[in-house]
Design a protein around this ligand. Structure first.
Ligand code: C5P
Length: 430
């Protein structure tokens, strides 16, 4: 599939690239843009929050007749609306395919029997195509790893192979420690939403915690012993309430992106997610293309954004409602509900999936997140949100463990009841 996509790309002089505004989408776009640049193929890239008919209209009006249209991190679930595009289409995605695709080539792990929610991201998929274009593109593997980390994937099977290749090529190196960004330990613990601890956001408690451990300074400057001490203390905090997935996500291998301007993978992911949400996708792409011009601005923005997420998680904890089979909240104008939902299910209420329902202007956006343990028991949030949103006149989809939807205002309670019922059936309860 990757070779076939590379062949189609090579046959074109100009490519219209459309990708998603999260870390996986932005790393995918960075990979394909670098690969195209190196091949001397011109491109025009647009980053969008979702693929809907307005995006299709934009592609139709902006792509020239002979242009190739490449969708990254989207396109597999929207076969119906893509048929309006007359250009050749290549899809590099990891979402579950739905319907008959009008694309010339679809590169998607699900078509090879691999679960794209867990084992390879859109950036990994795009990286395989970049390597099929030129094996020298192995230096882009760090971006593929960042995309997978951004989507909270497992580093086994396909991701594991990409990681091994990246380590062998010196593109990525690995050390053990806390899986979070660099900086002053107290600052990082204060503004970092993951791991979400009982001291997160509370400077006084953080200072007391670090005093007891006798630790200070920068995360990256801690000795092996000091890092072990900090990681053990955090593991103990997590063991009280969170899932084993939360402990795994917080402590273990930390990836250093040797070729990228941002070395710490968690800082890179935070910067990309922030830029995407703040409509500064151009800044993210410039960093993904290894230009440092806007790096400091992006770092500051990411810290501010993470602080606001921590604030929203605190609000969500106060507003948490428990249904029969789901935890949820219904609110308005909340930012970063995807991150809020994933924190709620990992760290606060891990026995049930979490659904954040959030009205912004005249649309209600939904973000739902589960755990791998719940998926093993039968949870499929993509199905639950697609069906429940359809039932109230909206639309939705995504992955079994992470999905989203848009629904009309006024249908929130009906929608939640439907999701609760479907999840109950999936988990073999009510
Ligand atoms: O918006 P959020 O990050 O919560 O979306 C999670 C997943 O759900 C993404 O993979 C996204 O593509 C998918 N989604 C969808 N339909 C929507 C909203 C989100 O398929 N209306």
């Amino acid at each position: 599939m990757a070779r076939q996509a590379a062949g189609v790309i090579e046959d074109h002089e100009h490519v219209r690239v459309i990708s998603h505004n999260d870390a996986d989408g932005l790393t995918s776009a960075s990979i394909i843009c670098q690969a195209l640049l190196r091949k001397g193929i011109r491109f025009h890239t647009t980053i969008v929050p979702r693929l809907d008919s307005s995006v299709v209209d934009m592609v139709i009006s902006s792509a020239r007749e002979k242009d190739l249209v490449v969708f990254c991190d989207m396109g597999s679930g929207q076969s119906d609306i893509l048929s309006g595009i007359k250009n050749s289409i290549v899809i590099l995605d990891h979402h579950v395919p739905v319907g008959n695709s009008p694309a010339k080539v679809v590169v998607n792990p699900h078509l090879a029997g691999i679960d794209g929610a867990m084992h390879i991201s859109a950036s990994g998929t795009t990286y395989l195509v970049a390597k099929a274009l030129d094996p020298a593109n192995v230096d882009l593997a760090g971006l593929a790893i960042a995309g997978a980390v951004g989507d909270k994937q497992l580093m086994d099977t396909v991701n594991g192979t990409i990681l091994k290749e990246a380590i062998e090529a010196g593109v990525v190196s690995v050390r053990k420690g806390l899986r979070m960004g660099d900086g002053n330990i107290a600052d990082v613990l204060e503004y970092t939403p993951e791991p979400y601890l009982d001291i997160t956001g509370d400077r006084q408690k953080i200072d007391e915690f670090l005093d007891i451990l006798g630790l200070q300074g920068n995360v990256s400057e801690l000795s092996g012993e000091q890092m072990k001490k900090l990681a053990s203390a955090i593991a103990l905090k997590l063991a009280k309430k969170s899932t084993s997935e939360a402990i795994e996500a917080s402590i273990g291998d930390v990836y250093c992106l040797n070729k990228e301007p941002v070395k710490n993978v968690y800082d890179m992911v935070a910067i990309f997610n922030t830029c995407g949400r703040m409509e500064k996708a151009g800044v993210a792409l410039s960093i993904g293309m290894r230009d440092k011009t806007h790096l400091e601005e992006a770092r500051k923005m990411a810290i501010g954004y993470q602080r606001s997420i921590v604030g929203n998680i605190k609000v969500a904890i106060d507003m948490l409602r428990i249904g029969q089979n789901i935890g949820y909240l219904i609110t308005k104008d909340m930012e970063s509900t995807g991150m809020v939902a994933s924190t709620m299910v990992r760290y606060i209420n891990p026995d049930m999936p979490f659904v954040a329902v959030n009205q912004v202007d005249d649309i209600v956006k939904v973000s739902a997140r589960g755990t791998r343990a719940l998926v093993t028991k039968g949870l499929d949030l993509a199905f639950a949100l697609r069906e429940a949103s359809k039932a109230v006149g909206g639309e939705g989809g995504g992955h079994n463990v992470a999905s989203g939807a848009s629904i009309p205002p006024g249908t929130e309670e009906q929608f939640i009841n439907k999701v609760d019922e479907i999840v109950g059936q999936q988990l073999g309860k009510r």
